[in-house]
Write a protein that binds this ligand. Structure first.
Ligand SMILES: C[S@@+](CC[C@H](N)C(=O)[O-])C[C@H]1O[C@@H](n2cnc3c(N)ncnc32)[C@H](O)[C@@H]1O
Length: 257
């Protein structure tokens, strides 16, 4: 092992290897890539199961967490554009929003609703310059990155001093009953409804995978610890819809003086 490799911090994957989907961790990103590519055209049908309420929620929450007119914002894991359409409305004509996602199928869907810049790239190696953005968003995709430490290092790098981070993620209720209820809704009911409404076994698999990765995700305290270690100040998690969603936030420290 070279000296540089020796100094590299241990990666922090967001969840353990899920062998019912792929054999070993190096195969995970390819598995995720294929799954989203095959189901991109179904993704918004799944959102519609929730009456598109998630779109309004994303927009409302980003505004509440510091996204303002005139800002330059980056949406990582843009997918079909459900966060970025909201950010574009908030920043308005004096601001600018950039989207980034590794998946061409998902970005093709995003292009139908968003005419601004869309770039292919992964969270843990962002194709953007240092100190570029006022606000960085990521909607329900943190479990798909290869390494949380590298991802948060990149988020810190591309944000301007004083820039804010907003990450929407799935939440599992902690009580025994709450956990069982969350598992029923997200692990059974929603995959079943997805199969019914799309007729697609692959779309159902996407929702099965969603639940398994949310349930197996490292605990929120570990994610907050990694944000803190990356340099974010005021790093925290807030459960916004128990058994459904939580949000991670932090701020790159403003320049002194
Ligand atoms: C569940 S979709 C979320 C889409 C959108 N942000 C939303 O809120 O609806 C997850 C997205 O994460 C993307 N993704 C997977 N691995 C990624 C990575 N390493 N870095 C960035 N995005 C990734 C997928 O291509 C997919 O478009």
């Amino acid at each position: 092992m070279s000296e540089a490799e020796d100094r590299k911090p241990e990666p922090l994957p967001p969840h353990r290897t899920l062998t019912s989907y792929y054999d070993a961790d190096p195969e995970r990103s390819e598995y995720v890539f294929d799954l989203f590519n095959k189901t991109a055209h179904h993704y918004d049908t799944i959102e519609r199961l929730f009456g598109n309420g998630g779109l309004l929620y994303r927009r409302w929450s980003m505004r509440l967490n510091g996204l303002k007119p005139g800002m330059r914002a980056l949406d990582v894991a843009t997918g079909t554009g459900n966060v970025i359409v909201g950010s574009a409305k908030i920043v308005g004509p004096t601001g600018q929003v950039f989207g980034c996602d590794p998946n061409p199928g998902m970005l093709r869907e995003a292009r139908r609703k968003f005419s601004g810049p869309l770039t292919r790239g992964v969270a843990q190696e962002l194709p953007f310059k240092t100190d570029t953005f006022d606000f960085l968003s990521m909607g329900i995709a943190l479990r798909h990155v290869s390494d949380l430490k590298a991802t948060f290092g990149e988020y810190y790098r591309v944000l301007k001093p004083g820039g804010r981070l907003w990450i929407l993620e799935g939440h599992v209720a902690t009580s025994k009953v709450g956990h069982a209820l969350t598992r029923f809704v997200w692990g059974k009911l929603i995959p079943g409804l997805t199969k019914l409404s799309t007729g697609s076994e692959e779309a159902k698999l996407l929702m099965d995978y969603y639940w398994d990765t949310v349930e197996q995700c490292v605990p929120p305290e570990q994610i907050v610890g990694a944000l803190d270690a990356a340099g974010f100040q005021d790093a925290r998690v807030r459960v916004t819809v128990p058994g459904a969603f939580c949000e991670y936030k932090g701020q790159k420290p403003p320049r002194a003086g």
